[in-house]
Unconditional design. Structure first.
Length: 367
């Protein structure tokens, strides 16, 4: 199906159906904003606090609507000046326990490399890290406050930025995105269970996603959402790969220059098939020695691969269909009832636009 311009409104409406709901997003924003304000106002932690920023699928604009009973979740990275030579991983993490007991009594729990905070409508991972150099500390402290909270789709929407924060903010985001200092050296993260400090580079994951999305004309993050939705809803009994490992695999396999989400989905599935059934080594962004797929078993990956083979055939058939009804029927088989079904044609005819469908990206935007 050549370039599928006739299916764009169908995909826009599908993406509207699977995006994070407004109430879920509001719960996340309120939760992470309050946490970061409390951290900044805390007298004791203020002595070690350098900066905070968001990471995870919410920040990268690859989060999808939650399953029933699930809470929204967001990661808040806390950059500190803690010296790993003076503090063990357990001691570094324990510096935050008094703060959590004061503000989130009976709502927090210890985790291997973070603190989990469970709120009525949102979950937060508080992730303490150490800046490995003074240069990084100064760079993080100087980071634009709005920029540290925006998701990728919001950063890409310059008209929205100008209306919401003013033209100066839009220009500032452009300046930061063009500056190599946006790509920093890794942070150090305390791993309580391993008893060691390890390197982590969430900013490289974010910056890579920004660049990739630009190379895909803004379609990349929506390809990720679509495939994540397929995997979670059409194969609920399969668990791995999930989260960032799945997103990383999609990123490596989605070609640059795609003209639509539909094309990105098809070609990503086909690229994964071309990799073969053996679990690949996926070098982490910013820390190439780390294998993102390390914790995914070969058995889980093989099962995932078999599902992708079937999905690739179905997606290709949908993409090559000659009428809107046939195409939408196959896309709906792939993604579920959230994908809109075209009217069944009375006779063989060309594609027609959907009445009442989303007509602009803004209408289908997923901030």
């Amino acid at each position: 199906m050549p370039s599928t311009p006739h299916m764009e409104t169908y995909f826009k409406d599908f993406l509207k159906e699977i995006r994070l709901e407004d109430e879920q997003k509001d719960a996340l924003v309120n939760a992470h904003t309050q946490l970061r304000e409390r951290l900044e106002d805390d007298a004791q932690l203020g002595e070690i606090l350098v900066s905070t920023f968001l990471q995870g699928s919410y920040r990268r604009s690859t989060i999808i609507k939650l399953a029933a009973g699930q809470s929204s979740d967001v990661d808040v990275v806390v950059v500190t000046n803690i010296s790993e030579e003076e503090y063990s991983p357990a001691e570094a993490l324990d510096l935050f326990e008094g703060f959590l007991e004061e503000h989130y009594p009976e709502q927090y729990k210890r985790q291997g490399r973070s603190w989990g905070i469970h709120l009525p409508n949102a979950d937060i991972d508080l992730v303490p890290t150490s800046a490995p150099s003074e240069a990084l500390s100064q760079s993080e402290a100087a980071r634009n406050e709005v920029f540290s909270s925006l998701d990728i789709e919001s950063m890409a929407n310059r008209d929205w930025l100008s209306k919401r924060y003013g033209s100066m903010t839009a220009s500032a985001v452009d300046s930061i995105m063009d500056d190599d200092s946006w790509k920093h050296e890794p942070l150090r993260i305390p791993d309580r269970e391993a008893g060691a400090w390890e390197s982590t580079d969430p900013l490289s994951q974010i910056s890579w996603t920004v660049d990739k999305n630009a190379r895909c004309s803004g379609h990349y993050v929506n390809v990720v959402k679509a495939i994540k939705w397929w995997w979670r809803t059409q194969h609920p009994d399969r668990k791995y790969p999930k989260g960032y490992p799945l997103e990383h695999l999609i990123g490596d396999c989605c070609p640059d220059g795609i003209a639509s989400v539909a094309e990105g989905v098809v070609r990503t599935f086909e690229s994964i098939v071309e990799l073969g059934p053996n679990k690949p080594f996926l070098s982490d962004r910013g820390i190439p020695s780390n294998n993102v797929m390390e914790r995914v078993s070969q058995g889980d990956y093989s099962a995932f691969y078999e599902c992708v083979v079937e999905a690739a055939d179905l997606a290709r058939a949908a993409f090559d269909s000659e009428d809107a009804y046939s195409a939408s029927e196959k896309w709906r088989e792939l993604f579920g009832e959230e994908f809109p079904l075209a009217a069944k044609p009375e006779s063989k005819a060309a594609f027609t636009a959907r009445a009442g469908a989303a007509t602009t990206l803004a209408e289908a935007n997923f901030a």
